[in-house]
Design a protein around this ligand. Structure first.
Ligand code: 2IT
Length: 446
């Protein structure tokens, strides 16, 4: 395999699919050497087969808003690769959603799911629907209209969506209600991220953030340091940042920044339990404004419009919001301010220039597909519980999640160790890839 040639061909075939091409290139560069040591991979054209999704569904979603107006959005499901199991991955509702974004997310999901060591294939979906400013009733009607189309293509042994940006517990409830009505399957893992009591798993809401902190704790330990009093800058204030903040505080660290599309909230003395709880209300309001935190807690939080979390001096930077949210300029600022560790929690949260800057500065940098894998891993545990018609306790789930994150960390070190340094990007990509490639080989040319 020659990465340059493959990328040239993909650019010609999928012009303008910026995020997709970026995600593919990152993985190919990491695995090139190992891949070329396995002529059987090349013979089976593993890369050519892996970079194209198995199939993509695109569908019209028409619904009625509170004013009685008819609205139309576009819905998608990308079923990317099923070598390891049924397609699995979240749904994103965001106005910028398009095929490129969902292909990048689906592609990343293949390797992330592989890292969990659970039998999960990779997929992703969503719609260009903007939840900002929508009423609860509008959200429900949109979710129902979305499911009118999607229900035929999902199921616990086929494809199991979950949440992502813009899709949380409330949306999964409406989606699952509509799915059950249409499919007449009433007790399955056709969707995960359900609430506890009707098929959901305890710890699933917290899992992405908890898992990320378990991973970061290992990175910190590797340098013979502890989490105590570490200053952490998070971005976003959604489900992921909420879970990460909860666990960070439990570990004795201080979350000193959260952010939103409107700006940053600096929290000098560290976020409190009350403030973490308030993040949930902010999310439910659909206002999408982090300024609300400073309005509610004016003494503790200082809001600055138009600024990102990366302007705040910190020990650990953790993007938790959106792809490419941390630029090379942001990385330079963080480095100048003495950041010690960077862990992506959002999928592809750092631009390539930012990753290069962190690596050049010899800072431990870990990629989203390893750090945030606790979310989908716990979705996998939800599917297990659904299939067995049982509920595990919060402790049982947390123990399994913690072990999965420790195993992912160990795999990243095994494949990414380079003398005294650890290239977590390379480690995650190679470890994730090898399992998928071997499964594809064993299953023949399909
Ligand atoms: O990016 C992700 O891994 C998710 N949005 C969660 C996917 C899942 O199926 O739980």
């Amino acid at each position: 395999m020659k990465v340059k040639e493959i990328m040239k061909a993909l650019e010609a075939k999928h012009p303008g699919e910026k995020e997709y091409l970026q995600a593919v290139e990152e993985v190919l560069v990491s695995i090139e050497k190992v891949y070329n040591e396995h002529p059987e991979f090349e013979k089976a054209k593993i890369i050519e087969r892996l970079v194209e999704p198995d199939r993509i569904f695109t569908f019209r979603v028409t619904w009625v808003n509170d004013k009685g107006e008819v609205c139309t959005n576009l819905g998608y499901r990308v079923q990317y690769n099923a070598a390891l199991g049924a397609y699995k991955g979240g749904l994103r509702f965001h106005p910028a959603v398009n095929v490129s974004m969902l292909k990048f997310l689906g592609f990343e999901q293949i390797f992330k799911n592989s890292l969990t060591n659970l039998p999960l294939g990779g997929g992703k979906g969503g719609a260009d629907f903007d939840p900002t400013g929508k009423s609860d009733a509008e959200i429900m009607r949109f979710c129902q209209a979305f499911m009118y189309e999607l229900w035929r293509n999902i199921g616990p042994d086929q494809d199991s969506p979950a949440g992502d940006v813009g899709v949380g517990g409330r949306e999964i409830g409406y989606l699952y209600g509509a799915y059950k009505k249409l499919a007449r399957e009433h007790s399955t893992g056709a969707l995960t991220g359900k609430s506890y009591g009707w098929g959901g798993s305890l710890i699933r809401p917290e899992a992405t953030g908890f898992g990320a902190m378990y991973y970061v704790e290992r990175m910190v330990k590797e340098k013979k340091e502890t989490m105590k009093d570490k200053k952490i800058a998070l971005s976003g204030f959604g489900n992921v940042a909420w879970g990460a903040a909860t666990k960070a505080v439990e570990m004795g660290a201080k979350v000193i920044a959260i952010s939103g599309p409107d700006g940053v909230c600096e929290i000098k003395d560290g976020i409190t339990k009350e403030m973490i709880d308030y993040m949930l209300e902010m999310r439910a309001s659909n206002r999408n404004k982090v300024e609300d935190m400073a309005t509610k807690f004016p003494k503790a939080a200082k809001f600055t419009a138009g600024k990102k979390s990366w302007t705040v001096k910190c020990d650990i930077a953790m993007p938790c919001a959106f792809q490419n949210e941390l630029s090379e300029e942001d990385a330079d600022m963080l480095i100048k301010n003495g950041v010690k560790f960077v862990a992506e929690v959002s999928n592809m949260g750092c631009q390539p220039g930012a990753i290069a800057a962190f690596q050049k500065a010899k800072l431990p940098f870990a990629p989203g597909k390893a750090v945030n894998a606790g979310g989908v891993a716990t979705s996998g545990l939800e599917i297990c519980q659904n299939a067995g018609h049982i509920n595990w306790t919060a402790e049982e789930v947390d123990v399994k999640l913690h072990k999965i994150m420790n195993d992912i960390y160990d795999m990243c070190v095994e494949y990414g160790k380079n003398g005294k340094t650890i290239d977590y990007v390379k480690g995650a990509n190679i470890a994730g890839f090898m399992r998928v490639a071997k499964a594809m080989l064993a299953q023949g040319i399909i």
